[in-house]
Design a protein around this ligand. Structure first.
Ligand code: FAD
Length: 417
């Protein structure tokens, strides 16, 4: 996690001056920090509790689409988060030998805007937004539950009362568990390792080295993601049962066997810090009394659309907007927030789950499905629904509609949902 420096411009004061009440937030990840900054700038006093000893990023790089970028803009930190970002000219699917299956142009006139950055850049920017907005951040503070009257409870036996409590403690959320809201927490049977390494000539052919490329070989995937001029983020995906492909010391011969065209890249990969399960979380309701649940705690999804973080940011900004500016009671505002945000986010989750199911289709059949799907514009529109959504609570107009016209050409395999 990078330190904030005095050269960074202060964020403009939000116009709201009326005191709104007090919020306690569990979790200092993408969702918690976004909610904290957005609420503080709308007149709430905010205390955020992070279990770790510091605010830090897990993972390597991250894809940010227009919806997430709009939230960052609303918080005044888009420039900071995207400094040095990589803008890939297309998203490609390739087979195990490196042959092209499908391609979607990006970041050109008439195509979708997507960029990649190191996760620590994003978290540093959100951390900065929260601190500059007056949020009190308490690290090493482990939340264990909440009460619907507006109480957050901690592992050390203490508790804090608030007008609003937010559970943003990730996919394994203890706070969510204490509320009995869980309808589904489903492991999708796939695991992923994320690694960061310096970019190097020869990893992939020179003419495609700036693209985002998903290589597919049976049930194994390798996602090649340049994330700055010098950083490469590689994600390795395999079935949870594929024990021969996993381990802290990567069994490189196994991965070279699946992706012979990528041997030099695979040989350069370092130790694997962790293997993450892909999970799908749904709640019966996103709030209970004075407690709201956001981000992966409420709506985790497999990362095939690169939208988990974007959805967490949209949901957090929408929540801040609803409870501050809807003019409703807290209960009414929370109901409005859920009815506004949930349809797009659940659509995105379901679409992403459908894409994950394609991993179980044999290579030849998958290639044919991809080709047919590429001819169906509604699939492209369906896939881009979250990315093309203007987040609720934006204070500046966002011109996104035009850019999504080209998205119809996406070679996406999943049926429209
Ligand atoms: C392999 C992979 C690739 C992905 N790629 C992308 C992508 O390209 N683009 C994208 O938008 N999304 C992506 N995502 C999804 C994205 O990472 C998540 O959706 C996002 O991090 C969710 O944010 P969050 O704040 O809800 O949860 P988290 O990021 O998990 O943050 C939760 C925070 O709460 C803290 N915490 C946990 N328990 C407690 C507790 N009891 N008390 C206090 N604090 C606690 C944690 O330490 C952590 O800081 C990817 C996910 C995976 C697994």
């Amino acid at each position: 996690m990078s330190e904030l420096t005095s050269t960074q411009a202060p964020i403009e004061e939000f116009q709201m001056s009326v005191s709104q009440g007090h919020v306690e937030i569990a979790g200092g990840g993408i969702g918690g920090l976004t909610a904290a900054a957005a609420l503080a700038r709308r007149g709430w006093t905010v205390r955020l509790h992070e279990a770790n000893q510091s605010i830090r990023a897990l993972g390597a790089g991250i894809y940010l689409w227009d919806n997430g970028l709009a939230v960052l803009r609303a918080l005044g930190v888009e420039g900071m988060a995207t400094e040095g970002a990589h803008y890939g000219p297309s998203i490609q699917s390739r087979d195990s030998q490196g042959a092209l299956i499908g391609e979607t142009p990006t970041n050109t006139a008439g195509s979708v805007r997507v960029l990649t950055v190191l996760r620590e850049k994003l978290i540093a920017a959100l951390h900065y937004a929260a601190v500059e907005s007056g949020v009190e951040i308490v690290t090493g503070s482990v939340a264990v539950g909440a009460e619907v009257e507006g109480v957050l409870r901690f592992a050390d036996g203490s508790s804090r009362a608030a007008d609003l409590v937010i559970a943003a403690d990730g996919v394994g959320s203890q706070v969510r568990e204490s509320l009995g809201l869980l309808r589904r927490r489903q492991a999708l049977g796939q695991r992923c390792a994320r690694l960061l390494l310096p970019r190097a000539a020869g990893d992939v052919p020179r003419e495609i080295e700036d693209n985002y490329i998903e290589y597919m070989s049976g049930q194994r995937f390798l996602l090649y993601t340049p994330s700055s001029s010098g950083d490469l983020y590689v994600a390795l995906v395999c079935p949870a049962s594929d024990l021969g492909a996993m381990g802290g010391h990567l069994p490189k011969d196994e991965w070279v066997r699946s992706f012979p065209a990528l041997e030099s890249l695979i040989r350069r990969l370092g130790p694997v810090p962790r293997w993450d399960d892909f999970e799908w979380v749904e709640l019966s309701k996103w709030s209970a009394g004075r407690v709201a649940v956001i981000g992966d705690a409420a709506h985790a999804q497999p990362p095939y659309l690169g939208q988990g973080g974007g959805c967490a940011m949209m949901s957090a900004l929408g929540l801040a907007h609803a409870v501050s500016e809807s003019g409703r009671s807290l209960e009414g505002a929370l109901a409005l927030w859920e009815s506004t945000e949930r349809p797009v986010i659940e659509h995105t989750q379901r679409f992403s789950v459908r894409v994950s199911e394609l991993n179980n289709v044999p290579d030849d059949a998958r290639r044919e499905i991809l080709k047919v799907a590429a001819t169906l514009p509604r699939i492209g529109r369906s896939r881009a629904r979250a990315a093309s959504t203007v987040p609720t609570g934006m204070k500046v107009p966002v011109e996104v509609g035009e850019r999504f016209k080209g998205w119809d050409r996406l070679a996406d395999p999943s049926p429209a949902i």
